[in-house]
Design a protein around this ligand. Structure first.
Ligand code: NAP
Length: 247
């Protein structure tokens, strides 16, 4: 049985990744902040284990990884937060927290896990960025786009440094996904319809849509994909000119 750690496992996307991995016979370490949520989730997902951890804290991460066992085949860095606000109004603490959880946390957990993987000569890491981490920052989203852009570059750097150690590393960039941190936004019907209209596939994405691509990247079917950032956005990043229209 292969083993996988998912950060942000109690969240909308992370819990779906944990579920699909368990169905594919992985032993799953559920890493997140809230112990009670993790223990409840572990009861629902076979072969999963709660690993309460603050990913911004190196000691907390080391303790959880040591407790998980001596071999880790895969890691999905899914933990993330967003603090909205214009750049001029940003609280420095909010800006720092977003960089710390999304970017520094991804770095801390990846390095701790990579050290274990290198001993075994193989591993697979998937980092979760966002469509706003590429060329299209969302307005009034504080440090989020900068942190997610950092994840894409960190992914490329990991792929260069760790590829020859047998570790494959890729990123994914989800678009408008109706779960987790974005779910409350889409409860507003007008906002939901506006976004659906912008997406060439005509619908919002789901946690299942995202988790299926993660499973592909963790599988042998993607054995020569390395250092990539795959958009899971129903085509919305290509739609700027389409949304202008033509009479
Ligand atoms: P979510 O439901 O809020 O899940 C994120 C999880 O990360 C939460 O359980 C959160 O715990 C946890 N977390 C926060 N700080 C942490 C820390 N210091 N240590 C450990 N865990 C921590 O959000 P989601 O929608 O599933 O998003 C998952 C990932 O996809 C994120 O990286 C997000 O940026 C990315 N993404 C989401 C969308 C979308 O539309 N939903 C689109 C693009 C990218 P608390 O709830 O206790 O804070």
């Amino acid at each position: 049985m292969k083993s996988l750690i998912v950060t942000g496992a109690a969240g909308g996307i992370g819990s779906q990744i944990a579920k699909q991995a368990s169905e594919k016979n992985y032993r799953v370490g559920l890493m997140d902040l809230d112990e009670k949520k993790l223990e409840d989730l572990a009861k629902l997902i076979p072969n999963s284990f709660a690993l309460p951890t603050d990913i911004t804290d190196e000691e907390s991460v080391t303790e959880s990884i040591n407790g998980f066992g001596s071999s880790i085949d895969a890691l999905v860095n899914c933990a993330g937060i967003v603090r909205f606000g214009g750049l001029l109004e940003q609280d420095i603490k909010d800006f720092r927290d977003v960089i710390n959880v999304n970017l520094l946390g991804c770095f801390i957990v990846s390095c701790a896990v990579a050290r274990v993987m290198i001993k075994h000569g193989e591993g697979n890491i998937v980092n979760i960025s966002s469509i706003s981490g590429g060329k299209h920052p969302a307005i009034h989203s504080g440090a989020y786009a900068a942190a997610k852009a950092g994840i894409v570059m960190l992914t490329e750097q990991m792929s260069l440094e760790w590829g020859k150690e047998g570790i494959r590393v890729n990123a994914i960039s989800p678009g408008f996904i109706n779960t987790g941190m974005a779910a409350s936004h889409y409860k507003n019907q007008k906002e939901r319809e506006k976004r659906e209209d912008m997406v060439p596939l005509g619908r919002l994405g789901s946690s299942e849509d995202v988790a299926k691509v993660v499973m592909f990247l963790l599988s042998e079917d993607s054995s020569y994909v390395h250092g990539e950032n795959i958009l899971i956005d129903g085509g919305v990043m290509n739609s700027v000119l389409a949304n202008i229209g033509r009479d």
